[in-house]
Write a protein that binds this ligand. Structure first.
Ligand code: NAD
Length: 253
């Protein structure tokens, strides 16, 4: 029996990964590039976007570095324009850009709510709509949106949790609406992954989370990237409207 997993269909595809200057997004970009995809490194931080794009270009694929705030329609439209000018297509969209602005609900400022919802959820709306309008013309494409285990609720993260639950609802709806157009939509819900985002969590809180992980280790960005590779590939061609947990077995933070 041939047990070799084949991701050769990824070669030559064009993938946009939002928020890919660092952390999970960067690992996703590297993973898809390692399988031959051309990559749009997009980040609100132009320096990390450029640096990551340079590194990935060294892997022998084509890259485009795009400074883009996903919550700005104008910037998203500009980025998609550049993608079309360079390649004339987009095969894979990974909605990864996300932020936290934690605080107890009772004291949460409107600005904390609006900012997190606009990056984490409105950004997914804008990028998914722009991508779908390209993909539907060729009746082929896949959208993968990064949600979180926090979608189930997490004290101090009312804004983040609501945004990530919203991502799941949006992703599942896209799966149903876009299936007739040849576009698949899935979400990934990571647990505790070691990145600059989780480095901000106070040591004591971090130790408590780690102690509750059945697989007894924090997740690595590559663990999420492996799930993206699978969902983006033809091996997942019959999977849409799914939420894939990548969390070492934890049931809550
Ligand atoms: N790290 C975890 O444990 C964890 C767990 C569950 C879900 N997630 C999700 O995974 C995704 C990546 O998280 P990470 O841990 O790599 O975070 P990170 O903070 O290390 O990286 C996020 C990236 O997104 C970029 N970004 C921020 N705002 C942006 C905007 N408006 N437009 C475009 N880019 C923007 C940042 O500049 C950064 O490069 C996020 O959606 C996050 O919510 C992370």
């Amino acid at each position: 029996m041939n047990t070799k997993v084949d991701f050769s269909d990824i070669k030559g595809q064009v993938a946009l990964v939002t928020g890919s200057g660092q952390g999970i997004g960067k690992a996703i970009a590297e993973k898809l590039a390692a399988h031959g995809a051309h990559i749009v490194i997009s980040d609100v931080n132009p320096e990390t976007a450029r640096k990551t794009a340079d590194e990935i270009a060294g892997m022998g694929v084509e890259t485009l570095s795009a400074a883009c705030d996903v919550s700005s329609k104008e910037q998203v439209d500009n980025m998609f324009q550049k993608i079309l000018e360079k390649w004339g297509k987009l095969d894979i969209l990974v909605n990864n850009a996300g932020i936290t602005m934690d605080g107890l609900f009772i004291r949460m400022k409107e600005e904390q709510w609006q900012k997190v919802l606009s990056v984490n959820l409105f950004g997914v709306f804008l990028c998914s709509q722009a991508a779908s309008n390209i993909m539907r013309k060729v009746r082929k494409g896949t959208i993968i949106s990064i949600s979180s285990i926090a979608a189930h609720g997490n004290p101090g993260q009312a804004n983040y949790s609501a945004s990530k639950a919203g991502v799941i609802g949006l992703s599942n709806t896209l799966a149903r609406e876009l299936a007739p157009l040849g576009i698949r939509s899935n979400a990934i819900a990571p647990g505790f992954i070691r990145t600059p985002m989780t480095d901000k969590i106070p040591e004591k809180h971090r130790e408590r989370i780690l102690a509750g992980i059945p697989l007894a280790r924090p997740g690595e960005p590559e663990d999420v990237a492996n799930a993206v590779l699978f969902l983006a590939s033809d091996l997942a061609s019959y999977i849409t409207g799914h939420v894939l947990d990548v969390n070492g077995g934890i049931t809550g933070l």
